[in-house]
Design a protein around this ligand. Structure first.
Ligand code: BDR
Ligand code: CA
Length: 314
């Protein structure tokens, strides 16, 4: 099974993504690190630990990371999307965490898991990229232990937090730029353009609820999130952004990707946090040596939508 670490800010779709990895036989979930984002760090950390308790995975270590962005204290939350506690106000209905938090913090846990790993590890950041930027800045030697970084974030045709920027990138553009543009590590970007197309409807949620106690508990976390998408999209369904990225982390190739140069807008102007994916024809030429070229990422552009929804449900 693929060794995997998830960096997360639960978040309803983060909760689904954690459960997907925690229950998948195709993956060895080595650990979870948490970051501020949808709600403050204390809440995202508690939510991550509760989801693991729900899934019976007290063996998975959890460490808390950054409580704010690297440079600019931009702290807009997404509680209008995910509910006051990040899980539609229902987090207290989940079981209490079983395992104590790891004392060394997110970067400490990432370094020790990577150093101990027998083979390169996939990291799936599904929140702001602050912890991953700190890791790569402070410990460049662990780069060789990273197989891929599969990032949920960005938008090719605009954003969801501003007209230009998607929430995870907008929350810490400097960190996102460090990871996606400056670091010579293989990155896959799973942008909101694709995750929206993978949205699941109330029939899918009904099947999840009927699948057993864990499915019932996950579906019970969706009311506020569903209400948001009902308003935003005008239909009965939710977007499982983060679960789409974690599906790719578990099953490489479940999403189709194309290699493109990327930039992240870090100005304080109206496009702050935008991902500029250069899709001009000549940009399609892959790096001649096949090396990992900094500033170039694999962008997920398509998938078998029904196959993907089936995989997540299963
Ligand atoms: C991303 O923002 C968060 O609200 C979600 O959890 C997801 O990671 C989507 O833009
Ligand atoms: Ca998230």
């Amino acid at each position: 099974p693929t060794p995997l670490i998830i960096d997360t800010d639960p978040g309803v779709d983060d909760a689904f993504a954690i459960a997907l990895a925690a229950l998948s036989v195709d993956v060895e979930l080595l650990g979870i690190t948490t970051v501020f984002g949808n709600v403050p760090l204390e809440a995202t950390t508690l939510n991550a630990r509760r989801v693991l308790a729900l899934c019976g995975r007290a063996d998975v270590p959890v460490a808390a990371g950054a409580a704010r962005p690297l440079v600019h204290a931009q702290l807009q939350r997404a509680s209008h999307v995910h509910g006051s506690d990040g899980l539609s106000g229902r987090s207290a209905a989940l079981p209490e965490p079983v395992r104590a938090l790891e004392p060394g913090g997110a970067v400490g846990l990432l370094v020790s898991l990577l150093e101990a790993a027998a083979e390169p590890v996939t990291i799936a950041p599904i929140g702001p990229l602050t912890n991953i930027a700190l890791l790569l800045a402070a410990h460049p030697e662990v780069r060789e232990k990273i197989a891929r970084i599969v990032v949920m974030g960005g938008g090719l045709a605009g954003g969801n937090t501003t007209g230009a920027a998607e929430f995870n990138i907008w929350s810490d553009p400097e960190a996102a730029r460090r990871v996606l543009v400056e670091e010579p590590v293989p990155c896959v970007l799973v942008p909101m353009d694709l995750t929206y197309r993978c949205a699941v409807d109330s029939t899918w949620l009904g099947k999840l609820a009927a699948s057993g106690p864990i499915g019932t508990a996950l579906e019970a976390l969706t009311p506020d999130y569903l209400a948001h998408y009902r308003k935003a999209l005008g239909w009965d369904g939710i977007v499982l952004h983060d679960a789409v990225a974690v599906a790719e982390a578990i099953r490489p190739g479940i999403l189709q990707t194309e290699s493109y140069p990327i930039e992240v807008e870090c100005s304080q102007g109206p496009a702050r946090g935008a991902t500029l994916v250069d899709r001009r024809r000549q940009a399609l030429r892959a790096d001649a040596e096949g090396d990992v070229a900094p500033g170039r990422v694999e962008v997920s552009v398509d998938t078998d939508l029904e196959g993907l929804r089936g995989f997540i449900l299963e």
